[in-house]
Design a protein around this ligand. Sequence first.
Ligand SMILES: *Cc1c(COP(=O)(O)O)cnc(C)c1O
Length: 360
Amino acid sequence: MTRVFNFSAGPATLPEPVLRQAAEEMLDWHGSGMSVMEMSHRGKEFIAIHAEAEKLLRELMAIPANYKVLFLQGGAIGQNAFVPMNLLRGKAGADYVNTGEWSKKSLKEAGKYCSVNVAASAEAGHFTSVPKQDSWKLDPNAAYVHICSNETIGGVEYHWTPDTGSVPLVADMSSNILSRPVDVSRYGLIYGGAQKNIGPSGLTIVIVRDDLIGQALPITPSAFDLKTQADNDSMYNTPPTYAIYIAGLTFQWLKSNGGLAAMEVHNRAKAALLYDYLDSSSFYRNPVAREDRSLMNVPFKLRDDALDAAFLKGAEERGMLQLKGHRSVGGMRASIYNAMPVDGVKALVAYMKEFEASHG
Ligand SMILES: *Cc1c(COP(=O)(O)O)cnc(C)c1O
């Protein structure tokens, strides 16, 4: 068996111990005689798996008691609609900060349900930075302020938490959730798909402050009403049971590796290896403002994009896959989530040097 270094943006690489444990438990989970996939979501075995996953996530993120943790479906793109449906609370509009492709999708979808105020946008600078908070034009009557904490395509990340006063802050954390500690109490709602930094696709995590639940628009589908799901412990309909189980194993892995503070150190070290090399080279280029660079997704371009195919082919021959950049921006992108070992980044940098030496 050969495992590659998988730099995919998502679904993405997972911790090997998690995959091994899942393989061992595939046919018989803890003497139940069943695979987790085959269990009733209402049986005592799965209820225990679900409760353990929630407990671990609460512990890892230090989630305050007045927040609900929901394990839903529909992805982050689903949340683009569920957030306004649930959080408008009688208000006419919401504030959105536009930092790239994912924020743009969010605000476009929200426009179906409310008036959208683009409080700040990095579009004029081709989405290479996070607009400073003193440039934001927030509406004091907004239902909430929405940000994307890490733009997976552009490689732009918030390294600070916006201050939105009494207006709830909502964040799409799909691609940097659990990569470092965050102060959950600064947010009204946090959401993210699991397939970047947690587990298989199909699971959407929602962390929401209690007082924001229960005022959904009447048209909100019951399965996506935060109150219906909160009242039913995310089991109003069948939850994505196997994805929740794998997420629980990943949470356990994070805990046994020192939790989020240790993950931040690991992630900063990996990102520094790559950015330091990019900055030292005139052959490769990352366009993002230094203080806003993502620790998770590192886009870069070669001096001549005619060399892209050769670069990707050589990477593949060396067991480094999925480095092609998103089709909307081109170039390369290395996604280096929690589960990417430092050796993967070292191998990538060594290959980049070798390629530069032979093509530069
Ligand atoms: C991947 C991603 C999405 C899309 O998530 P789906 O699970 O496909 O709905 C949305 N936002 C961000 C920041 C992402 O990285």
